[in-house]
Write a protein that binds this ligand. Structure first.
Ligand code: NAI
Length: 214
């Protein structure tokens, strides 16, 4: 089966499998059954088997899955067997927090550059990477094989900045600005809105409270 046939719902569950399998691998676990993984992850074993069947089932034989193999295969599907060069645009609170977060590098996402329009920030180092003026961005993107741009700027300028990035060869944008970007087909955009997650939490809290005060 070609990957294009796989639903986004399945794809969105893969990072969680990858995370759990990575932890199991680090703990030295060699094999795990779908039942054990189901108990650990609190999803049904049939869901796990169905999800994995999209990729040929990952050869479960005898007692369960080989953890190392499964971890690597899911990593490959997620494109984590390669490194990705990242730049952050907007070196404010959020941009610096993301830039300072080392764990992305463990997954192969390498921070190569930080950019901001505020001259007070130019030269300030975030994990050794100096913040550069926006004037440098076009040549930097073209010359440094940058795959992913992280947008942590206000929504008012995000659309224009995204256009510049795309015109200079950026193929993927991790967009934290609260605006929908209008990018050509083939450019991948992942919008992240932490507030959506918070609103979901609020909804579940409301529902629980209502059900338990009847
Ligand atoms: P901040 O004000 O600390 O940082 C924004 C930075 O962007 C500033 O350093 C500013 O100089 C820079 N900037 C503004 N326009 C620019 C441009 N055209 N080119 C280059 N740099 C530019 O704000 P913070 O807290 O870091 O948030 C950044 C943005 O992310 C805000 O618009 C905020 O609404 C959004 N945000 C989104 C979240 C999400 O979950 N999607 C969560 C938190 C913030």
């Amino acid at each position: 089966m070609e990957e294009k046939d796989i639903s986004q719902a399945v794809i969105s569950r893969l990072p969680r499998y990858f995370r759990y399998l990575g932890e199991l691998r680090d703990e030295g676990v060699e094999r795990i059954s779908s039942q054990e993984l189901s108990e650990l992850m609190k999803v049904t074993a049939s869901q796990i088997r169905q999800d994995f069947n999209n990729f040929g089932g990952f050869g479960q034989q005898g007692y369960g899955y080989n953890v190392e193999f499964l971890y690597k295969e899911i990593g490959k599907i997620l494109g984590l067997d390669k490194t990705h060069n990242l730049i952050v645009i907007g070196a404010g609170n959020l941009g610096q927090a993301l830039g300072n977060y080392m764990n992305f590098e463990k997954r192969g996402f390498i921070l190569r550059g930080m950019f901001d329009k505020n001259p007070d920030l130019h030269g300030k180092a975030v994990r050794g990477i100096p913040v550069q003026p926006m004037e440098n961005i076009e040549s930097f993107v073209r010359e440094n094989n940058i795959d992913i741009a992280v947008l942590t700027i206000p929504k008012t300028s995000a659309v224009d900045v995204a256009e510049v990035l795309v015109n200079n060869g950026i193929k993927a944008i991790w967009n934290f600005a609260h605006v929908d970007l209008n990018v050509p087909e083939g450019i991948q955009v992942e919008n992240v809105h932490l507030s959506d997650s918070l609103m979901k939490l609020s909804y579940n809290l409301e529902r629980y409270n209502k059900e338990n005060t009847k």
